[in-house]
Design a protein around this ligand. Structure first.
Ligand SMILES: Nc1nc2c([nH]c(=O)n2[C@H]2C[C@H](O)[C@@H](COP(=O)(O)OP(=O)(O)OP(=O)(O)O)O2)c(=O)[nH]1
Length: 307
């Protein structure tokens, strides 16, 4: 485990809670596996497979465990390819921890994907999912995936959109991989539509390391599939903090998502427990580090254990 003597931690610094997120890729058949969340946090959204890192568990061990529990796929730790970390900060609540989500892809596994009580598996076309999606808005103002917005008027409510998106992925055995739809980015956590196409392009070009040029981005994301979806204008404006100058109620519905891709395949850095999610962050990253001079944080590659 990491040590705490790297720096004396201020109680004002937000705690981090670690999660994993694994995206299985079947490159031979040009397809990507996502789970459709049936219940709990993120219900009605597609996502990779993952969950909380348990105490005394490495991030990679948690990634292997969660993938197996939720999809049935069994993976050896060395087959996990680390792709990046998503940092999620809740805007309105200064006491809640930063979510630190470690993103992996995996291309080799044993077993077949299964439906669990929490997630149903759906395959999507990899090559059709490489472009960042464009926004389309229904007559009710709900942001819909483009393939849904052209269908009948019954798709114009968000719950209909969720149901339709849930059934859109065909069983690959009933047709070729070329029949699969693109990833329904508008039925995912909002920031996914930005980093996931980029990650898939990166994978498709056969690179295994760090996503070049990706330092940090900030996103608005709704807390659940209920409540108002961020507008296109809101998403465009999400790089400015003014977007949160609305009512208290509105503020609580959104996260700021700080997204930084780091690390590539440097497994030692993770296993050693001193994995630095901070290295390379710009000054903006330090906005929430209350009352601690930025100079004290610069040059720190590891904070050790989070308080
Ligand atoms: N892309 C993205 N992924 C997210 C966000 N929030 C969030 O929890 N996730 C991911 C991280 C995890 O892979 C997953 C949530 O895991 P979980 O809450 O189901 O964790 P768990 O399985 O350990 O929990 P539980 O069922 O035992 O209660 O969703 C987000 O805003 N964006």
């Amino acid at each position: 485990m990491a040590t705490t003597d790297a720096i004396s931690l201020s109680p004002k610094i937000k705690r981090h809670k670690q999660y994993t997120l694994v995206i299985p890729l079947d490159l031979q058949r040009d397809r990507v596996l996502l789970g459709y969340k049936l219940r709990g946090f993120g219900q009605g959204k597609y996502n990779g497979y993952g969950g909380k890192v348990e105490p005394n568990e490495t991030v990679i061990a948690a990634a292997v465990r969660e993938l197996h529990e939720e999809s049935g796929l069994l993976v050896e730790e060395p087959a996990m390819i680390q792709r990046g970390v998503l940092l999620l900060e809740t805007v309105a609540d200064n006491t809640s921890p930063i979510l630190e989500i470690h993103v992996f892809t995996v291309e080799i596994w044993e077993g077949t994907e299964i439906a669990t009580e929490e997630m149903t598996p759906h395959w999507f076309s990899l090559s059709k999912s490489l472009a960042a999606p464009t926004t389309s808005t229904s007559s009710t103002g709900t942001i819909l995936p483009s393939f849904l917005s052209t269908s009948s008027s019954s798709s114009s409510s968000s719950s209909a959109a969720v149901r339709a998106a849930a059934t859109v992925a065909k069983d690959p055995s009933s047709g070729g991989a070329h029949d699969l739809p693109s990833i329904p980015y508008f039925q995912m956590w909002e920031e996914s539509r930005v980093w996931m196409p980029q990650l898939l392009r990166h994978v498709s070009s056969n690179e295994k390391g760090i996503l070049a040029g990706e330092e940090e981005k900030v996103f608005l994301s709704s807390l659940s599939s209920e409540g108002p979806a961020p507008t296109a204008a809101g998403l465009e404006a999400a790089n400015t903090i003014e977007i949160y100058g609305e009512s208290e109620k509105e503020k609580k519905r959104y996260f700021i998502h700080h997204v930084q891709f780091v690390g590539g395949t440097d497994m030692d850095a993770i296993d050693g427990g001193e994995y630095s999610i901070w290295h390379g962050m710009g000054p903006r990253r330090l906005d929430w580090v209350d009352e601690l001079p930025i100079a004290e944080w610069e040059g720190k590659k590891s904070f050790g254990t989070y308080p």
